[in-house]
Structure formats: structure tokens, C-alpha cells
Ligand binder design. Structure first.
Ligand code: NAI
Ligand code: X2X
Ligand code: MG
Ligand code: MG
Length: 330
């Protein structure tokens, strides 16, 4: 069993008299900057002057600098901009401003693992990777809880790299939930495989296709929405809280029997084969090459696929239903 680091295994001391520059104020950047500041740490931001995030960060009380200036002023640099933007920003604004002994922190190992960023030898390079979306990282922290995270050390110039990584993990609230030490390779590959085959890709397709089947059979789209999307969240909550067996004990015997006998016919062994094919593309670097090429072309395929989801009936029905159910709350 992997060792789980908890609050008592980590200390904020290594960060107490340090300046932490969070580069990027997006999904992870904003959540982590707010949490670190609420943990009593000295946080500045490195952003693009005049960008949307610049004003928001100012309004939320942070000292905001252009990326290079923030890096030059800091002891810890947290690279929380989109993966595909990192190599360019690293080359143009981070690499020549970074001071010897700086602790460089990534939230995903993509660019280090695939060799797209090569850090200088005189810095620590670590990872603190939340296992959850930025919104949850902030909401759980505010609620006094945390989102679990993975930590890894790629380069240990100071001899204290793991201490710094655990301190950052504590500062964002992750040690309240639990932190496991891994490697950049393991985090990168499991994160990509997981988000493609289960978390984002797999789940999205299952819900979309389940909705389409019910609507094509003539049922009301709103009923289909309740069944496959609204209730999916509630079932996932049960799995999250009690595990799969616990979830089964939280649903009717009818659902247990139907689910246990039909489920394996819907998601059969052939799915595992296709998951392994996707995993092979991640592990060989083929997916990374494809994604870098796509991004450098302006991400036309991504834009087209996003439009397809935006225009899907489940989104039209869902938007109306969420307004009815939750108002403008979410
Ligand atoms: N989205 C998530 O919940 C998770 C993300 N991660 C990792 O966290 C890192 C950050 O990802 P996200 O927060 O999703 O990114 P994001 O897409 O939300 O980042 C957008 C922000 O980055 C900044 N930015 C973008 N391009 C820039 C540039 N060229 N120069 C300066 N600033 C720029 C802007 O402030 C913008 O608001 C990535 O490595 C990602 O893989 C890890 C775990 C979960
Ligand atoms: C939220 C998260 O963990 C993901 C799916 O890996 C990501 O946003 O890259
Ligand atoms: Mg992830
Ligand atoms: Mg990811």
C-alpha cells in the first residue's frame, strides 16, 4: 500500500519566508493561489498584462506582475498555465528569470515527462498534482477539507525538494485529504489515460449515448436528462463516499440486479482492449505528439469537437433543466 502523507507529515515552515509566484490564474491557478494565501503564505501572480485574469487577480487582492518579473522576484514558481502554453512561456519568460535554488512546481508532469521543458540543473523541480478540478480544490479547502494530490520530485537541487512539495500540498489543502508520492512519468501517464478513457472521455460518451438512446426511443428529453445526467452525479457521489459495493447497497435490488447483469454487456471486455490501446498511445508519446501538433495548428479539431458538444441536445435540455432546478446558482 502506498504511503499516504497527511497534514501532520507536512509543514508550511519551508515556505514561511519565501515568495511564491503562481503563474496563471485559471482553473488551478486561482484555486491554488487563494488557498496558499489563506494558508498564510506570501503569494504573488505572474500573468499576461491586460489579460482577463490580470484584472480578476487584482480585484481579488493579489500583487500581479508580468510573468518574468514575478519569476525574478520569487523563491517558488508554480507553473499553472495550460500545458500547451508552458514550453513557450518557459523559454520566453521563465527560463532566464529563474534564480538558482528556486523551487519549480508543476501540477501535471506532461512537459517534463515528454521532454518539452528542460529545467536548469540548479533548481528543484517538483510536482503537486491535485486529483480533481480546480473548482473542487477551492471549494473543499474553504469547507475545511481538501482534494487529494500526488507529489513527485524530478530534480532535488536543495536536498529538500520533497519537503517543499509537501509544504505546497499542505498549503493548497491536499494533505487534509491525503497525498501520495509518485513520479512525473506515473502521474503524467495515469492522468492522461484516466482522463481520456474514464473521467472525461469515457464518462462523457456514456452519458451522451445513454441520453440519445432514451430520446430515440421516444421518451421525453427532460426525463432522459434526469435519468442519465442528474442522477449520475448522485450515484457518483455514492461511489465516492462508499465505494462501488456501498453504492450498490444504496440502490434498489432491482437496480442492483439489472446493473450487475446488463452492465458488463454494455461495457464489455472489448472496452478494456480499447483502453489499453489508448494507454499505449500515451506511454509511447504518440498522444503527446498528436496534441502538440494539433495545438500548434490552432487546435481546429478541438474547437470543432467542442462545438459538437455545445450544440448537442443534452446541452440544450441540460441548460434549461439546470436553470429550473438550480436557478442561476451554477
Ligand atoms: N484543470 C484542472 O482542474 C487541472 C489542471 N491540472 C494542470 O494544471 C495546469 C494548469 O491547468 P489549468 O488550470 O487547467 O489551466 P487553464 O487553462 O485554466 O489556465 C488558463 C490561465 O493560464 C494563464 N495563461 C494562459 N496562457 C498564458 C500565457 N501564454 N502566458 C501567461 N499566462 C497564460 C491565464 O491566466 C489563464 O487564465 C496544467 O498543467 C494542467 O494539466 C492539474 C490537475 C487538474
Ligand atoms: C481535472 C483533472 O484532474 C484533469 C481531468 O486531469 C485535467 O483537468 O487535466
Ligand atoms: Mg487529472
Ligand atoms: Mg489532466
Amino acid at each position: 500500500m502506498a504511503r499516504i502523507y497527511r497534514d501532520s507529515d507536512a509543514s508550511l515552515e519551508p515556505l514561511r519566508n519565501k515568495t511564491i509566484a503562481v503563474i496563471g490564474y485559471g482553473i488551478q491557478g486561482r484555486a491554488q493561489a487563494l488557498n496558499l494565501r489563506d494558508s498564510g503564505l506570501n503569494v504573488i501572480l505572474g500573468l499576461r498584462r491586460g489579460g482577463k485574469s490580470w484584472n480578476q487577480a487584482m480585484e481579488e487582492g493579489f500583487r500581479v506582475y508580468e510573468v518574468g518579473e514575478a519569476v525574478a522576484k520569487s523563491d517558488v514558481v508554480m507553473v499553472l498555465i495550460p500545458d500547451m502554453e508552458q514550453p513557450k512561456v518557459w523559454k520566453e519568460q521563465i527560463e532566464h528569470n529563474i534564480r538558482p535554488g528556486t523551487v519549480v512546481v508543476f501540477a501535471h508532469g506532461f512537459n517534463i515527462h515528454y521532454g518539452l521543458i528542460k529545467p536548469p540543473p540548479n533548481v528543484d523541480v517538483v510536482m503537486v498534482a491535485p486529483k480533481g478540478p480546480g473548482r473542487a480544490v477551492r471549494e473543499e479547502y474553504v469547507a475545511g477539507r481538501g482534494v487529494p494530490a500526488l507529489v513527485a520530485v524530478y530534480q532535488n537541487y536543495s536536498g529538500r525538494a520533497l519537503e517543499y512539495a509537501l509544504a505546497i500540498a499542505k498549503g493548497i489543502g491536499a494533505t487534509r485529504a491525503g497525498v501520495i508520492e509518485t513520479t512525473f512519468a506515473e502521474e503524467t501517464e495515469t492522468d492522461l489515460i484516466g482522463e481520456q478513457t474514464v473521467l472525461v472521455g469515457g464518462l462523457m460518451e456514456l452519458i451522451k449515448k445513454g441520453f440519445e438512446v432514451l430520446v430515440e426511443l421516444g421518451y421525453q428529453p427532460e426525463v432522459a436528462y434526469f435519468e442519465v445526467l442528474n442522477e449520475a452525479k448522485l450515484i457518483m457521489d455514492l461511489i465516492w463516499q462508499r465505494g462501488i459495493y456501498g453504492m450498490l447497497n444504496g440502490v434498489s435490488d432491482t437496480a442492483k440486479y439489472g446493473g450487475l447483469t446488463v452492465g458488463p454487456k454494455i461495457i464489455d471486455e472489448s472496452v478494456k482492449q480499447r483502453m489499453k490501446e489508448a494507454a499505449a498511445r500515451v506511454r509511447s508519446g504518440e498522444f503527446a505528439k498528436e496534441w502538440v501538433a494539433e495545438y500548434n495548428r490552432g487546435a481546429p479539431t478541438l474547437k470543432k469537437l467542442m462545438e459538437g458538444i455545445r450544440d448537442h441536445q443534452i446541452e440544450r435540455v441540460g441548460t434549461e433543466m439546470r436553470k429550473l432546478l438550480f436557478g442561476e446558482r451554477i
